[in-house]
Design a protein around this ligand. Structure first.
Ligand SMILES: [Fe+2]
Length: 503
């Protein structure tokens, strides 16, 4: 079978699954909306999972405390699920909410904020219907209507890619959706090559040193088999696309990249009957993960390895040390809870037990053919980011929200710079009531040493009812923010963002 035929077959399978009756089975959703409303009353921090109050915000000024660094002028684009309820129905899975794109614009004159719902085909269709009518990834939708393919379900709610002067909202299992960088108007889904329309382009692309972009798209999730590997040029043109297949279905949300290799860790799962994808999915902790190591100059010749089961959403960085590749990742310790993070909060409940996350190192011995997980003992580190200029573990710091001391919510309240190599951590604790999200690293102009830059992180303050942005010196987190910018309102927690310098 030639490659193009394979892709078409794989994607045809995707449509078939998306139409499977099991996705459309009903569940009594109004009671979940009611339970959330009462849970929110008792626990104000659950506003992080509350449906957004407006279709757009701003543009409007934020109140700045401190000083924005003189050289820092650009926009932090952030994405996240924002619309969770329609007509009394509430999604049960955090990943289901329709995406809202935010633009935090910073320069010497201050900080402004603007946000708009991404006008996906799904969002527009449900705006017209006044209720949920499209199958969701994690919630069975009562009375869901037929869809043509995975892009009809695309919520564009996970991350952002800035490529030249273009901005894209990304989802896990469909096309990138292009938006206007200026006013966040939705321009529509992108087709990188005609026969690849609606092919999955994941939410975690990685930028190589030459400016090109690597990404993958999981076909397993869509009822196909294996992965697509995407390679885009820095101008957004498609350089290469390849497929990667294995006998065992594997889930992955992101991947890792070292100097010469791409590393894909596929977490094994089995599917139960009924309900939506994430409800049917059970991670198979009795099976090993399959690890594919793909040389960037030989996409068709992957090396496959087995490693003990582990569930990772996010990888931090990866390094080549002789014939070994070391990959750092945030590994979830509870494979049952990991398939639906903050499921309890989505239902208005306080979780009886949490899903522990640990920073681990995946060590791939290319010469000996073995792979193992090494634990670091550093816990609670989801949404890790790095300065991609670091070429060795000793240069690298992993920036991750963590929880330190008392916290109002079961959520990070601090930001840490973690030196795994030396076992050191530098932390700024925002306070009991602040919920700290991903902090994006932005290199200082003219700097060459890894770590010289700022962290831009969004904050959620349910006690004062406000959302905000902090700017910290990445080398001096314990000095606290150089500047904070607050809005007089709040919107739900998001996932990932990307910074774009002003032209
Ligand atoms: Fe993610």
């Amino acid at each position: 079978m030639n490659r193009r035929r394979f892709l078409l077959n794989a994607l045809a399978g995707a449509s078939a699954l998306a139409l499977a009756p099991s996705l459309l089975r009903a569940r009594s959703l109004p009671s979940i909306a009611e339970a959330f409303a009462s849970g929110l009353e008792a626990n104000p921090w659950m506003a992080g999972w509350k449906s957004v109050a407006a279709e757009s915000f701003g543009p409007g000024p934020a109140t700045v405390e401190g000083r924005i660094p003189a050289e820092l002028a650009g926009t932090l684009y952030r994405n996240g699920p924002a619309l969770y309820e329609r007509a009394g129905q509430r999604y049960e899975h955090w990943f289901d909410g329709d995406g809202m794109l935010h633009a935090w614009r910073l320069d010497q004159s201050g900080v402004s904020h603007q946000a708009r719902m991404v006008a996906t085909a799904k969002y527009r269709r449900e705006q017209r219907a006044g209720r949920f009518v499209v199958p969701a990834a994690g919630t069975a939708i009562e009375g869901a209507e037929a869809i043509r393919n995975n892009d009809d379900m695309n919520t564009a709610n996970t991350s952002v890619l800035c490529l030249g002067d273009r901005v894209f909202a990304l989802w896990e299992a469909g096309s990138a959706i292009e938006l206007s960088p200026e006013d966040l108007a939705t321009l529509g889904p992108v087709t990188w090559r005609d026969e690849l329309a609606a092919a999955p382009f994941s939410a975690h692309p990685l930028r190589d040193r030459d400016g090109s972009i690597w990404n993958f798209g999981s076909l397993d999730m869509l009822g196909g088999k294996g992965l697509l590997i995407w390679h885009l040029d820095s101008d957004g043109s498609l350089k290469e696309v390849a497929t990667l297949t294995d006998g065992q279905p594997g889930y992955l949300h992101s991947f890792a990249m070292s100097e010469r290799h791409l590393v894909f860790v596929l977490t094994p799962y089995r599917m139960r009957e009924g309900k939506a994808f994430f409800e049917r999915l059970r991670f198979a902790a009795d099976l090993p993960c399959r690890v594919a190591v793909v040389a960037k100059d030989a996409l068709a010749a992957p090396r496959w390895f087995d490693v003990d089961f582990g569930m990772v959403y996010h990888f931090a960085d990866a390094f080549e040390q002789g014939r070994e590749i070391v990959v750092r990742a945030s590994r979830h310790g509870n494979p049952v809870a990991a398939r639906s993070p903050f499921a309890a909060a989505m239902r208005g409940e306080v979780a009886a037990e949490e899903d522990p996350v640990e920073l681990v190192e995946l060590r791939i011995d290319l010469a000996g053919g073995s792979v193992r997980w090494d634990e670091t003992g550093i816990r609670g580190t989801e949404f890790p980011t790095v300065d991609a200029r670091a070429t060795r573990p000793r240069q690298s710091r992993i920036y991750a929200p963590v929880r330190q001391g008392r916290a109002l919510a079961p959520y990070p309240n601090a930001i840490a710079s973690i030196d795994v190599h030396r076992g050191r951590m530098n932390v700024h604790r925002y306070g009991d009531e602040i919920m700290a999200e991903e902090h994006v690293f932005v290199a200082k102009p003219g700097s060459h040493r890894a770590g010289q830059g700022w962290l831009l992180g969004t904050l959620f303050d349910p006690v004062r009812g406000r959302s905000g942005l902090a700017v910290l010196d990445a080398e001096h987190l314990d000095a606290g923010p150089l500047a904070s910018a607050w809005l007089p309102f709040m919107f739900p927690l998001g996932f990932h963002g990307a910074f774009r310098w002003d032209a």
